[in-house]
Design a protein around this ligand. Structure first.
Ligand SMILES: [Zn+2]
Length: 290
């Protein structure tokens, strides 16, 4: 089996539904993605690479529906390809998006019906659909508020991030700032959805704990990129801003999910973004049965 980007998939938590909505995909050289060692990608029978041995990550957003609310967690990469060329590598590594709005339309959601966007962090592959660069930065989701932490917003204001290809573009920051809500640990931007500080990948990264009447889920954002990182939290992703903090955060998230039985939602996971983690089971990490 080879890994593929995840398809549109829903998880009914009771009164609240989470739907993974694809935008595109991400392919990376394993040795580049994990510069301090990638051998653990292959020790647990996880399918995480394609037929060429490239690491496969899904890129998309999560749609959360509860009552009459329609909320996105992150906003994909947009209709573009960002090359991820690193010195010394020859294979074609990239992040590519383009299908998010069409996929939302296919499940009956139009952009003006989205009333909030909860941002785990502000990397390019999480804010790419916020606005149209060519239309004076008009917001894609005209009725949405944007929830992001102050730490994250401040980080991307620093002059050293101007023009950073993996950061937010100026029009995206303007759109967020115009209707920004301040997210902190424990914030409940939507009933049953709580922010969980998970710094490390970026300084202001948050996960979201989602409680339905029957089950709960934890949307980990980029605190965990690949399922292998759940089993090996010390695996350091190349893009982690603070590798030691990111490793501690991953360990804490894995422990939390093992303890409370929440469905682990890894928006970058290939094939299945919804997974069960039970360290006592064999295998410990399995796709969540729909
Ligand atoms: Zn990402």
């Amino acid at each position: 089996m080879n890994a593929s980007p995840a398809p549109t998939t829903s998880l009914d938590l009771g009164g609240t539904t989470l739907t993974y909505v694809p935008d595109g995909e991400f392919r990376a050289e394993p040795a580049v993605a994990y510069p301090s060692g990638h051998e653990d990608l292959f020790t647990d029978g996880l399918d995480v690479v394609d037929e060429n041995g490239m690491l496969v990550l899904s890129v998309g957003a999560l749609l959360l529906t509860t009552g009459d609310r329609r909320v996105l967690v992150d906003a994909g990469i947009g209709a573009r390809t960002i090359p991820l060329v690193r010195p010394g590598t020859t294979r074609d590594a990239y992040m590519r998006g383009g299908t998010l709005l069409q996929n939302l339309h296919e499940i009956g959601v139009e952009p003006d019906e989205v009333d909030a966007v909860l941002l785990t962090h502000l990397h390019a592959d999480h804010v790419g659909w916020l606005g149209d660069e060519s239309a004076d930065g008009a917001p894609t989701f005209p009725n949405a508020e944007y929830w992001v932490t102050d730490e994250e917003r401040e980080f991307w204001s620093r002059p050293e991030h101007d023009g950073d290809p993996v950061g937010p573009r100026p029009h995206e920051l303007r759109i967020v700032d115009a209707r920004r809500r301040h997210l902190v640990e424990g914030s409940e931007p939507v009933e049953g959805v709580r922010a969980v500080r998970t710094a490390g990948h970026t300084p202001g990264h948050v996960a979201f704990s989602v409680a339905g009447t029957r089950a709960r889920a934890l949307v980990v954002g980029d605190a965990v990129h690949c399922p292998a990182e759940v089993l090996h939290p010390g695996m350091a992703w190349v893009g982690d801003h603070d590798a030691a903090t990111a490793a501690r955060t991953r360990e804490g998230l894995a422990d939390r999910v093992a303890r409370d039985g929440a469905v682990l939602v890894g928006p970058h996971f290939p094939d299945a973004v919804f997974r069960r983690y039970d360290p006592a089971a064999t295998p410990p990490l399995t796709p969540h049965a729909a």
